[in-house]
Write a protein that binds this ligand. Structure first.
Ligand SMILES: [Zn+2]
Length: 351
């Protein structure tokens, strides 16, 4: 029996939804393409996690047969207009609900801790609906209110671009995450609304000032679902020691990203990267924050991972490498499931 792992971030929804020129693949058949499907999840011990709804900046990556990009096409820059983001986000969210509907009870979109625990106990893959970037949400937060009722339980204020609420970091190496201004007034309102509704706020991708603004305002534990240690890999997407300390002090958690570029000391996108590069980040974060504040945050289907890991079926090889590095079974269980359960228990409402 594999160690059941709750994972901080995957992009399988966009990967299944497909981009023009690529055949859509099935979530239910074992494939070679991508990182994540149900058979490979079962092999690797993937028990579920945060399933991201991500709206690409380039409208050409939106399937025109599924989303009418319409007049927004001409407005595309680095920021994504809200009407387009909303249409695309609804299409991706619907993709997840359709997967759940045809999964024959094997995949469930969970909305509270009891449902999440029950999935873990019974081997049903638990999907937490997560938005990676708040572009789809209007400043009046009407969309947020409706999405919450639909099942949204986790929100990254930004991807690596600016929006109406905050600003994400551009991908730079070597560089600090201090790349721009903090939260807007609308962003502050959004943080308070997430606290009130019980939506987890994800700090991966946000710039340094935005991070500290959230740290000041939010009443929930601070979370970065898929980021690594800046002290090892000094790219904008990774967390400075002071940020790690703040996450620890808030009772929060950091999900280790399996991206080779965020793990290697030289920041190179090189598939031939040993698993030990990931293990070093687990070890550093554990030493800095304690294992109570470390978790898995694969970024499956959203990044280049070490060839030695391959895909979700390779998770046991990573777990083995962590054991060899001295992590005990208690540490592994915390990082795999218990830390997420604690943080979500303190963040979500019991509805
Ligand atoms: Zn991401």
């Amino acid at each position: 029996m594999q160690l059941p792992i709750l994972d901080g971030h995957n992009d399988v929804i966009l990967s299944l939804y497909g981009v023009p020129g690529h055949e859509r693949r099935s979530f239910f058949e074992r494939g070679q393409e991508g990182h994540l499907d149900l058979p490979r999840a079962r092999e690797g011990g993937f028990a579920g996690g945060f399933f991201a709804v991500f709206v690409p900046s380039d409208p050409a990556s939106a399937r025109p047969d599924l989303v009418d990009v319409g007049e927004d096409r001409t407005e595309m820059g680095t920021a994504v207009p809200q009407p387009f983001a909303l249409r695309m986000a609804i299409a991706l969210t619907a993709t997840l609900f359709r997967l759940e509907a045809v999964s024959d009870g094997q995949l469930k979109v969970v909305r509270n801790l009891a449902e999440l625990r029950s999935c873990l106990d019974s081997g049903i893959v638990a999907a937490i609906l997560h938005f990676e970037g708040a572009e789809a949400i209007d400043p009046q937060l009407n969309v947020l209110e409706v999405l919450y009722r639909a099942g949204l339980r986790s929100l990254g204020l930004v991807w690596s671009r600016p929006n109406a609420f905050a600003e994400g970091v551009p991908f730079r190496f070597p560089a600090t995450p201090d790349t721009g201004p903090g939260l807007t007034e609308a962003g502050r309102k959004l943080v308070r609304a997430c606290n009130r509704l019980g939506i987890m706020i994800d700090l991966s991708h946000i710039n340094q000032r935005g991070f500290w603004d959230v740290a000041e305002i939010s009443s929930a534990p601070l979370v970065a679902t898929h980021s690594n240690a800046h002290a090892i890999t000094p790219c904008t997407r990774n967390l400075l020691d002071a940020q790690l300390d703040a996450i620890r002090d808030s009772g929060g958690v950091v999900g280790v990203n399996f991206s080779v570029a965020f793990s290697r000391e030289d920041g190179e996108r090189e598939a031939d990267t040993p698993l030990d590069a990931l293990v070093r980040h687990f070890a550093y974060l554990s030493e800095r924050m304690g294992t109570d504040h470390v978790a898995f945050g694969s970024d499956f289907d959203g990044t280049l991972v070490p060839r030695e890991l391959g895909d979700v079926a390779g998770l046991p090889r990573l777990v083995e490498a962590l054991r060899r590095a001295g992590f005990g079974e208690d540490d592994l269980r915390k990082m795999a499931t218990d830390n997420w359960l604690r943080v979500l228990g303190r963040t979500w409402s019991s509805e």
